[in-house]
Ligand binder design. Structure first.
Ligand SMILES: Cc1cc2nc3c(=O)[nH]c(=O)nc-3n(C[C@H](O)[C@H](O)[C@H](O)COP(=O)(O)OP(=O)(O)OC[C@H]3O[C@@H](n4cnc5c(N)ncnc54)[C@H](O)[C@@H]3O)c2cc1C
Length: 395
């Protein structure tokens, strides 16, 4: 877009791509600077992601809900099991979410989500293999490989381990280990019924199976352990921990191909900052609000950030207009993301606690009223993007 105002987005994860797309649709000339090479992105092992109605509404506001979520699996009836396979809670969470919030709970792959966003953005908008070393919020500019790239707006979406937060925040909160690690993988769907389920064992061990389509399931597992651990072969570590659990977990683990398991220590920011902007730069996604994944909301919150930013920042804004709009963006997002992060951390502490496990194990297998689940989810899932803000005269 010649003559359009330029926005640089640092980081081409879900948050960065969604922000770039939203800004482009408001008339900005956008570039995404992504550290990974295109080859590394393509070679990344697959994993799944749940998209709740709030994330889907953000995608709708960005104009890509249908195309990005095409082919995603509908979460249906599922529940919680013990390692022996006994169901201790069952509920139709998918139906409850759809009935209460008007949109379903979807499970898709990260690759599909990222590729959908990148595809909508168009060719040549993402520069791969570019590491940003510093951001000057006032200029504003991003420094990469000794070169200052100037813009009218810089969005910092460089993830939970952000090295650029300090460009915006006077005090950078610590990224804390939450006390448990995680494994994720996509595997061939085992024979027989595959109801979505999380199985809970000792030592913070959880194993979840979520069908993706007729051929594949997405699985994640957790365990409480020291930070920074890695096994030479994470498949062996998973087999050691979970092979005695109920079918089809041993079969799934037995058939795993090499190089398919992603291991990630679970971290979260010690506190979500109250303001995410400085001059003409702003934080977005995990860089602003890294949270534990216990509510499946980190990516959905990044999508909310992106839709909000786009709604508040038409490309016609002057320098002062951008600064005011970024302050408004912070105002819209900081409290909301902080509240979701707190709930997520609380859920994580509960799920990892032996007392909770005992309470679950004591339950007779029982239906959990879907309406009650939906009610509990409402503060997190019930979200609407702000309406597009027309540039005020003279802004
Ligand atoms: C086990 C697990 C399960 C999860 N499940 C869900 C779920 O079901 N639903 C959900 O909504 N969320 C989920 N999440 C959270 C979700 O994955 C994250 O919140 C989301 O990916 C954050 O996106 P982002 O774009 O902010 O950051 P990232 O995806 O981390 O992207 C940051 C990007 O910036 C790049 N980068 C970093 N530094 C630089 C630099 N200096 N210069 C240039 N580029 C740089 C990185 O290479 C990366 O591509 C889960 C997380 C985990 C760990």
């Amino acid at each position: 877009v010649s003559g359009a105002r330029r926005a640089l987005v640092v980081g081409g994860g879900i948050g960065g791509l969604a922000a770039a797309l939203g800004l482009q649709r408001r008339g900005w000339d956008v570039r995404v600077l992504e550290r990974r090479t295109a080859g590394a992105v393509a070679a990344q092992p697959g994993s799944g992601i749940s998209v709740w109605p709030n994330g889907a509404r953000a995608l709708a506001a960005l104009g890509v809900r249908e195309q990005v979520l095409a082919g995603a699996a509908l979460a249906g009836r599922g529940g919680v099991r013990t390692p022996s396979g006994r169901w201790v809670a069952r509920t139709d969470i998918g139906g409850a979410v759809r009935d209460r919030f008007g949109l379903p709970l979807l499970i898709t792959t990260r690759e599909r989500l990222a590729a959908g966003l990148a595809g909508a953005l168009g060719a040549g908008r993402v520069e791969y293999g570019v590491t940003v070393d510093a951001v000057d919020a006032e200029a504003p500019a991003a420094l990469a490989g000794g070169l200052a790239r100037e813009a009218d707006l810089v969005v910092i979406a460089d993830g939970a381990r952000s090295r650029l937060r300090g460009a915006v925040l006077p005090a950078v909160p610590e990224l804390r280990y939450a006390g448990y690690t995680s494994w994720r993988f996509i595997a061939p769907r085992p024979a027989g019924p595959a109801e979505p389920a999380e199985t809970w064992g000792r030592g913070g061990q959880r194993f979840a199976i979520l069908p993706l389509d007729e051929e594949r399931v997405y699985c994640y597992a957790t365990a409480a352990c020291a930070a920074g651990g890695h096994a030479a072969d994470e498949r062996q570590e998973l087999r050691r921990r979970f092979s005695a659990w109920h079918p089809p977990i041993p079969e799934l683990l037995g058939a795993l191909a090499p190089g398919t398991v992603i291991r990630t220590d679970i971290t979260c920011l010690a506190g979500v900052p109250a303001a995410w902007h400085r001059h003409q730069a702003a934080l977005l996604g995990d860089a602003a609000h890294a949270m534990t994944p216990d509510l499946g909301q980190g990516g959905c919150q990044a999508l909310e950030d992106a839709a909000t930013l786009a709604a508040l920042l038409p490309a016609g804004l002057t320098r002062d207009g951008v600064r005011r709009a970024l302050a408004e963006y912070s105002g819209h997002r900081a409290d909301r993301a902080a509240a979701v992060a707190r709930r997520s951390a609380r859920a994580g502490r509960l799920y990892q606690s032996p007392a909770w496990l005992r309470a679950l194990a004591a339950r007779a297998s029982g239906a959990v009223p879907a309406r009650a689940v939906a009610r509990a989810l409402a503060p997190v899932v019930d979200w609407e993007p702000p309406p597009d803000t027309a540039p005020p005269p003279g802004a």
